[in-house]
Design a protein around this ligand. Sequence first.
Ligand code: GLN
Length: 287
Amino acid sequence: MSKVPEQTKVWTVLELIRWGTTYFGQKGIESGRLTMELLLCEVLATRRIALYSDFERPLMPQELVQLRGYVQRIANHEPLQYVLGKADFFSLQFEVTPDVLIPRQETEILVERVISQVADRRTCLDIGTGSGIIAVAIAKHVPQSQWLCIDKSSGAVDVARRNADRHGVADQCTFQVMDILTQAPSQTFDIICMNPPYIAASEVSTLDATVRDYEPHSALTDDADGLSFYRRLSHLGESLLNPNGLMVFELGWGQAESAVDLFKGRWNTRVINDLADIPRVLEVWSN
Ligand code: GLN
């Protein structure tokens, strides 16, 4: 069977899982079975564990129509998180739309680093906030922290604002549409965080189609060497950071040395590796 299921037949959960696994496999979609299960969970408003005890449940015609729409989007290589409109990060669920980068698990390292070093630092800046995951996750764990969240995309700022509301930290977060490459906040900060669009322009064409064709271009790349934002902050940091302040950046693959070089001299730097021993976070503080 290669077509999306017709409505006339009665389809059970188990049949659909089997069908979806094969169909997505043919379409080159990774984790086809898991994807199908998560789509079914969404359509049936149920949890994965419940699917397993309800394998013989037949889908209603309108449920099949909804599922068919989702399946077609996945078959076109649209990311699952955009189809579902949500993604998990740091054990929290966030709204995501095509206006924002899909949260990546690697970014949890940055969040953990900030939480463990926040001490009495209170005023924080999240540059390129996207869905707001960094500020919202930290704000939730550090109730005394106050955040300015900026992004050059107003669509992203709207999503981030809703995520702050959703997690009850709206009173700790202020949002502003701002492009840090050409503008700067007027206040100063104890902590500055950024997960920059660090993919070099020359590498964009090598990205998986699910990423390249769907995630916001400006959230992925600086259209240059991938280092523009580290470079900019190596200058701007001097006027934005309070004494005893800390800047924490996520690093792209293979960027640690070049990024550290940009901060050499006026700044202290420390690189943190992820669990796969890949340099993942750059911490910067003044001499
Ligand atoms: N801050 C958001 C995240 O970490 C968005 C980052 C980006 O768009 N480059 O997911």
